[in-house]
Design a protein around this ligand. Structure first.
Ligand SMILES: [Fe+2]
Ligand SMILES: [Fe+2]
Length: 190
């Protein structure tokens, strides 16, 4: 479908990434304000979404930005460093009791880091996509992010949610691996 620059097309890669950022911010808030089983569920949802989202960015979004936006090399290097740090923190939290004081301290630090990271991506990276991008490349990025999103939907998809939960279950590293495979199938890279 033809698309005008800057429209709110839900398949646009920038819109998809921004929607995931919104969901990530909401889940951080939900984990912080719930307890017990509910907190555990919200946290696991956050782990899946963050693993899927950051892996999609590392596989397709940052490589695109590196080549296509001004100063891309520098912008992307900082973002990847932040993502590596966040994934390590997420793995550590995943092994802890979500109601322990240590979890809460570390979770608060991760929240601050990830939200600052998402703001930096929006401002220094995604904001430049529509100015420089060739449509076909952007469409490919959108398809890859959608493939990743199918593993951890940013909003409930009736009938697919439990399947997505199974695919995206397990430790952070396993979710990252499965996401990478799904993206590479769509983009045709190995
Ligand atoms: Fe990121
Ligand atoms: Fe992001």
């Amino acid at each position: 479908m033809p698309q005008t620059k800057g429209t709110k097309d839900p398949n646009d890669v920038v819109q998809l990434l921004l929607q995931q950022h919104v969901r990530i911010r909401t889940l951080f808030e939900e984990v912080a304000t719930t307890k017990g089983e509910e907190r555990k569920e919200r946290f696991h949802e956050l782990v899946r979404l963050l693993a899927v989202h950051e892996t999609a960015e590392e596989e397709v979004v940052h490589p695109f930005a590196r080549k296509n936006i001004q100063g891309g090399e520098h912008v992307v290097k900082d973002r990847i460093d932040e993502e590596e740090k966040a994934k390590r923190a997420l793995s550590a939290l995943d092994d802890m009791d979500p109601d322990s004081p240590e979890f809460l301290d570390r979770f608060a630090a991760l929240r601050q880091d990830v939200l600052a990271h998402a703001d930096a991506e929006e401002r220094h990276e995604f904001a430049h996509f529509n100015e420089v991008a060739d449509r076909s490349k952007l469409e490919r990025l959108g398809r890859a992010v959608k493939a990743a999103e199918a593993l951890a939907p940013t909003r409930p998809h009736p009938g697919t949610d439990s399947a997505a939960k199974n695919i995206a279950a397990g430790p952070v590293a396993a979710v990252v691996d499965r996401t990478r495979d799904a993206i590479r199938k769509v983009t045709g890279t190995t």
